[in-house]
Design a protein around this ligand. Sequence first.
Ligand code: NCD
Length: 324
Amino acid sequence: MPKTKILTLTEEFKAQDILSLDQFDTPSLIHLFSATLKIKALTQKGKVLDLLKGNIAALIFYEPSSRTFGSFSAAVKRLGGETIEFQNPAQTSSVAKGETLEDTIRTLEAYSDVIIMRHPEKGAAKKAAEAAFFVPIINAGDGIGEHPTQALLDMFTIYEKFGSLDNLTILFAGDLLNGRTVHSLLRGLALFQNITVYLLSPKSLTLSREDKTMFERRGLKLIEIHNSLDMPKNADVWYWTRVQKERFKNLKDYERVKHSFIVTTDLLKERAKKNMIIMHPLPRVGEIENAVDKDPRAIYFTSQIKNGMYLRMALLGLVLGKLK
Ligand code: NCD
């Protein structure tokens, strides 16, 4: 039976494409977080889960990836499922012979129950979802567009730490123009109450003006700053990001801005409160000093990464109809 395409998720995730944080409402997020908490507790107790036994997930990544690829692959296997994996399909698949995205997707859906795709073009995940007749598509990053599963794991991590996503002050730093994780996370945060967001970036890498207006209309209080001296001292979360080198036409422009803002132990002393967390979707390329890793507030190599796998396990269980 062809899949039905519904672009708004309620608490029912079964057979749905996961393309954008725009599809979610607050109850659907809380539902996913509860499922993640359960999966995390069971897995940490050493329980072997077999929710996806007999299922196959196809992973096709047209852009490099360590965490998203690794954690999706691990998530499927930890649930007893199996994977078909294409990394660098432009070299390793019929894409090298000129096959279209649509035809590649039609092929993969013949072998699998869900397709997880990363692609350099904004909008490619939607294109793939329209091409797929039978199986759901999960967007693992579409160019400078969105990266919904990263935002979901980030929100789960904040929720787990503070018990809620309301009444928070969050500082985003880095490449806000091109960073897809930021674009998805802001969409998600707009579903909660009383959120203040500081946006620290070079002037050339601010959110697009359309995005800024859209997020303000959705109720986020946005404060753009361009100097670390203007950073608030009361932020609950620092969400640092890498300047997205691959999105620059001119390498010199990248070199000029790449290290505009760096987290150092001194900056933490001056600007961070005790009960806050430092997050980064990773990879970092110099924008967080290594010495910061030892600070207990730095969670990018600890809970944030682990939660990526648990959240993806829960999401796959829900989308494949194995979890309620
Ligand atoms: C991010 C991405 O690919 O958008 N990485 C990730 O999936 N954790 C962030 C980045 O590459 O800067």
